[in-house]
Each structure stands twice: as structure tokens, then as C-alpha cells.
Design a protein. Structure first.
Length: 488
């Protein structure tokens, strides 16, 4: 079989494509900025890992060297203001490396878009496709609309808008025609592209069998979820910018990701032709309809079997460095809140509660205060508390837990979360458990904050009165929950 290189393997689609390629017998090499973050990914031991970024031409060369096929799955969704320059450089480095290293094919997942003037994000994705097509290497550009699957940003946007709002004042684009595609079908086209002959090169649209309006997608979701049908009222006054703020407030999607999503919905987003069928036939059994793709996503969410999530793939306002070790705190301003509590519950019971924290289980203390802080973060353009968890019971390194990200995970012993909300400094929350001397266990909890300037110090002092209630209550209720499980 082929040697396949994947850029974007830790993203939503890439994280699902890699195991599919491995199942088909391909040798897979992936690119990541940090191999440590792959520790708990089930397929991490079956791939070759190259560390670095496509912004570096040498790294791009290492990734594609000896590869028959290169998958380019990186994009600017949620990127910074200079994303166009970054995307252009990454695409040029990949194209140059693929040409000089003798790569047999490039496969790029882009987005459906209308003719005429495009938003910055859509224009950048189109430019990337043009750069790769002009590389001299046979290139397949697959243009997909909204990808529907458990954990996808598009699905989460539909789900939360429908779940939260019985009456939704919406922009007029809710009447635009959209052709969504199930993630399983997008993966089918991507995986099959590895076996195409060299003469196949060009841009092809892909989509599911249904063409719907966004309001019809919301009503379809409501039907499959068994909830009341939303009343969607289209308002002509909501600009894309205002609509993105609305999405940011009502759904888990942060502002910097909501903007490109909303921009992609300003016009009809449907396939122009079905020429993809001439080079890659539809999957056996046909393409997955929208209602079935929603049903499959809901089944996976209920079972806690979501393989990848948009949130895990999009680090927002994350500090570049992990929590320094204690000796490195010397001569630095740092604020901490440390608590310890003995409990009759066994260590494994306490760990079950720790590992299940956040999401639907909440934070075991003053839920209203957590909710208010989450809304404040949303208003500031942060991620808020609505990102939830990939799995209700189990965590992996780099998983998202509401506005936190798993930085350290030592199963049965230690969980350290790094804050990704808007805060003037670096913040971490740490939970640990160890056996007690006389049976039971000892629960340890620590909040750590490195302030940034005067604003950081003022922030800590402002929230300090609440910490006495929140963190004490959290320690008390976590141990109490573990003891209740023990009693049960």
C-alpha cells in the first residue's frame, strides 16, 4: 500500500481520517506541533510523527519525503488576523516540498463557495487550493459544505441554536440553500482519493443528498432529537458580524470561529455539479441523508463515543508554555489556592468523580457563579462554559473540558487543566488523589494563577472572595460525591 502523509491529523476530520487510512493498510506519517499531545490518541503508536509547522519549509520536506500521497487538511478557521499570510506560506511550502520530493498526489479538503467576491476566510481557502493545484503534482481539491457529525463545529452550531432557543431571531441567510455532508461521506471521498490515477487532478464539489435551508436543518435536528420545533424568524438587519456575535453567545462556538462559519452561510452553498461521481463513486449504500447524519451524531454523543471534536482541534487563547514546576516559581508573582481533604472513599472512586468533572456533571460548587463567569467570558469573545466534553466519563490528554484543556493526565492520580477563557494571565486547576494512611484516600485540589501586569493582580483580588466559597465547596462536594458512589 501507499505511504501517506497527513497535515492536520489532529484536527476534526484528520483525526478520523488517520485510523481509516491505517485500516486500509497505508503507512501513515503525520505532522504535529507537539507529539506529547498524541499520547492518549488510540492510533498514535501506529504512525510516524514529524514535529513542527508547515510554516517551516524544512519541516514540510520531512513530512512529505517518500510519500505517495499528501493530505492537506489544515485551514484558517479560528485563525488570527494574519491567517492569510500564514496559510499562503504553509501552502507554498507544502507545494514546493511535494514537487521536489516527488510526491505522487496532494489531496486538499476545501469548502464550497459561491461565484464572485468571497469573505477573507473563503478567499484564503480558495487561494490555498490554487497554490496546491499549480504545484505540478496531481492534486485533488474536494470542496465540501457543512460537515455534519458528532463533535463538528457545524453540527454543534445547529444543535445548540435549536436546543436553547424556542424562538430564534435569525439573519436572512437561514433561508439560503445548503448542501451538508455527513462526516462519514467526507471521509469516504478523502480515503478513496489515495488510490486515484495520476491523470485525475482538479477541483470537485462533494455534498450529501439533501439540499436544505439552515432553518430546515434546525427543524430537522429538533425532529431527530425529539424536542419542540423552533420558530425561526429571519431578520434582514442582522449583519454577518452581528450574527457571529449571536452565535458566540448562544452556542459553544467562540467568536473567532463563529465569524468564518457565518461568512460561509451568506450565500447558497450547494454543489455546482456531480462530476466527483466520475472519479470517486458514492459509498456503498449511497450517501447519508441529513436526518440520518444527525441521528448518528446523537447516538455517538449519547454513548460517549465522539472520536474527535472541533473544540479539541481549536486551542483558543492558550498559553504557549505549560504550568512551570514549583521551583521555577521563585521570584515570580504567583497566586494559589490549595486545599486537601481526607475521605473514606477509595482512590479509584475519587478519581471517577475527578475524571468526570465539567460538562453535564458541572463543577460541584455554585453553578450560578460558574454560569455567570461563562457568560462574561462569552461577552469578551472567549469560549465560555458550553464547549462541554468529548466523553462524559473519560478524558484524554489535550481534551477540552468547558473552558479548560487537559494539560496533564496521570490516570488514577493527577488531572491538570489549563484555562482557555479570557483572563489577564495564565490559570490552571489541578486535582489529585492518593491513598490515605488509614484507608480511604486524600483528595488534593489546587488553583494556580500567574498574573499578567497590574490587570492580572487586580483580577485575582477581585475574584478572591468568591474563591473561598467556590473552591472549598468544590473540594467538599467532590469527596461527598465519591463517598455516595461508594455507599451505592
Amino acid at each position: 500500500m501507499s505511504v501517506v502523509a497527513v497535515a492536520g491529523a489532529t484536527g476534526y476530520v484528520g483525526g478520523r481520517l488517520v485510523p481509516l487510512l491505517l485500516e486500509r493498510g497505508h503507512t501513515v506519517r503525520i505532522l504535529t506541533r507537539s507529539s506529547a499531545k498524541l499520547r492518549d490518541v488510540p492510533w498514535s503508536g501506529d504512525v510516524e510523527v514529524v514535529e513542527g509547522s508547515l510554516e517551516d519549509g524544512e519541516t514540510a520536506g520531512k513530512l512529505v519525503a517518500g510519500a505517495d500521497v499528501v493530505y492537506y487538511l489544515v485551514h484558517s478557521m479560528g485563525g488570527d488576523d494574519d491567517f492569510e499570510r500564514t496559510e499562503r506560506r504553509c501552502a507554498l511550502n507544502t507545494a514546493t516540498a511535494a514537487r521536489t520530493k516527488g510526491v505522487g498526489r496532494i489531496v486538499y479538503l476545501s469548502g464550497l463557495h459561491p461565484e464572485g467576491e468571497l469573505s477573507r476566510h473563503l478567499a484564503s481557502r480558495t487561494e490555498v487550493g490554487e497554490i496546491l493545484l499549480s504545484s505540478g503534482v496531481p492534486t485533488l481539491v474536494l470542496q465540501a459544505g457543512l460537515v455534519i457529525g458528532s463533535g463538528s463545529a457545524s453540527f454543534e452550531m445547529v444543535r445548540h441554536l435549536t436546543d436553547v432557543l424556542p424562538v430564534m431571531p435569525a439573519p436572512r441567510w437561514v433561508r439560503n440553500r445548503i448542501q451538508p455532508i455527513a462526516v462519514r461521506d467526507a471521509l469516504h471521498y478523502l480515503a478513496e482519493a489515495a488510490a486515484l490515477p495520476a491523470e485525475v487532478s482538479g477541483t470537485y464539489d462533494i455534498g450529501g443528498p439533501d439540499v436544505l435551508t439552515y432553518s430546515e436543518m434546525m427543524r430537522g435536528y429538533a425532529r431527530m432529537a425529539g424536542i419542540r420545533q423552533p420558530l425561526v424568524i429571519a431578520l434582514p438587519v442582522l449583519t454577518p458580524w452581528l450574527a457571529a456575535q449571536w452565535v458566540n453567545l448562544v452556542t459553544p462556538i467562540p467568536r473567532n470561529l463563529a465569524i468564518p462559519l457565518v461568512e460561509s452561510l451568506q450565500h447558497d452553498c450547494v454543489m455546482r455539479d456531480t462530476s466527483i461521481n466520475d472519479v470517486i463513486p458514492p459509498p456503498e449504500g449511497g450517501l447519508t441523508g441529513y436526518l440520518r447524519s444527525v441521528e448518528l451524531a446523537l447516538i455517538k454523543i449519547e454513548a460517549g463515543a465522539v472520536e474527535t471534536s472541533w473544540a479539541t482541534a481549536h486551542a483558543v487563547s492558550a498559553p504557549a508554555e505549560p504550568l512551570p514546576s514549583d521551583p521555577e516559581w521563585a521570584r515570580r508573582t504567583v497566586f494559589t489556592d490549595a486545599r486537601q481533604k481526607a475521605t473514606t472513599a477509595a482512590p479509584d472512586r475519587v478519581w471517577e468523580v475527578i475524571e468526570g468533572i465539567g460538562g453535564e456533571n458541572g463543577w460541584y460548587s455554585l453553578p450560578l457563579a460558574w454560569s455567570v463567569r461563562g457568560w462574561m467570558d462569552k461577552l469578551a469573545g472567549g469560549v465560555g462554559l458550553e464547549r462541554g466534553r468529548r466523553s462524559r466519563k473519560h478524558l484524554q490528554l489535550n481534551d477540552v473540558v468547558d473552558w479548560w484543556r487537559v494539560e496533564v493526565l496521570e490516570p488514577g492520580r493527577l488531572l491538570r487543566l489549563r484555562a482557555e477563557m479570557k483572563v489577564p494571565g495564565g490559570a490552571w486547576l489541578e486535582f489529585g488523589v492518593e491513598p490515605g494512611e488509614d484507608g480511604g484516600s486524600v483528595f488534593r485540589q489546587r488553583a494556580v494563577f500567574f498574573p499578567r501586569g497590574l490587570a492580572g493582580r487586580a483580577y485575582w483580588l477581585a475574584v478572591l472572595p468568591f474563591h473561598g466559597l467556590i473552591f472549598k465547596g468544590m473540594a467538599d462536594r467532590i469527596t461527598a460525591a465519591a463517598e455516595l458512589e461508594r455507599a451505592a
